[in-house]
Design a protein around this ligand. Structure first.
Ligand SMILES: C[S@@+](CC[C@H](N)C(=O)[O-])C[C@H]1O[C@@H](n2cnc3c(N)ncnc32)[C@H](O)[C@@H]1O
Length: 217
């Protein structure tokens, strides 16, 4: 089991990218749309309506490096070739990193541009990634997964869809498998309630502001 995770701030991660010259123009966007990750305020209406498909259509690697807390998790994972579901994968910054570590990934996003970019990298590098264009609110995963990862996607959904999506994803985690969530800090309590009400038993293995990693017994 992965052990201690480094306490990287998400805004600091974004900062890694935004200080790179070519993307300096994205600084205001990151500051606006990711501010909730640093100060815990609710995502505003603009963020809820943000057009990621347009962003991906205009910008390669729009969200930068994979999220460092997830990187730490997969670096420390002692299992090989696990099956991973990345919900709201975007252009695949996490999915591509995970597949490069030798795991099989299904990436799902409502953005056709995001999935197009994900598939292009997978084809170029011959990575075991399947890309699916779907709305997570109605998407039913195909089979069971060792790890379901949801990196800052649930806050994009209205509350009822957010909670029903989470419930659906819990149903698709194998015994001893993991659900890894990064989201708005104020949503984490809701997620805990859905997980507690689920038919399986779940152990909280990592909980920090904006992150919740649970494992199925
Ligand atoms: C903040 S981005 C995070 C993307 C990716 N997880 C990452 O960390 O790079 C939120 C993602 O959720 C996707 N999304 C929003 N609503 C969705 C929905 N109803 N179904 C599927 N994906 C959705 C967006 O297209 C976007 O790629």
């Amino acid at each position: 089991m992965p052990g201690a995770f480094e306490s990287h701030g998400l805004v600091a991660e974004v900062g890694d990218k935004r200080h790179q010259g070519p993307l300096a123009g994205l600084l205001p966007w990151f500051t606006k749309y990711f501010s909730w990750l640093s100060d815990g305020r609710s995502a505003n209406a603009d963020a809820m309506a943000y057009d990621y498909d347009k962003l991906y259509g205009e910008t390669r690697d729009a969200l930068g490096k994979p999220t460092s807390v997830f990187v730490d998790f997969f670096v420390q994972l002692d299992q090989q070739n696990v099956r991973v579901l990345d919900i709201g994968c975007g252009q695949g910054r996490d999915a591509i990193f995970i597949a490069r570590k030798g795991h099989r990934v299904v990436g799902v996003d409502i953005s056709t541009n995001g999935i197009r970019d994900l598939k292009a990298v997978a084809a170029r590098e011959n990575l075991p990634i399947e890309g699916v264009v779907a709305d997570t609110a109605t998407y039913e995963p195909d089979g069971m997964f060792d790890i379901v990862l949801i990196d800052r996607t649930l806050h994009m959904l209205v509350r009822s869809a957010r909670l029903s999506t989470l419930k659906t994803m819990l149903d698709h985690v194998n015994e001893q498998g993991w659900l890894l969530i990064a989201d708005e800090a104020s949503n984490i309590g809701d997620f805990g309630s859905v997980i507690s009400a689920h038919e399986a038993t779940w152990q909280t293995e990592f909980s920090r502001r904006g992150f919740l990693f649970v494992r199925r017994s």
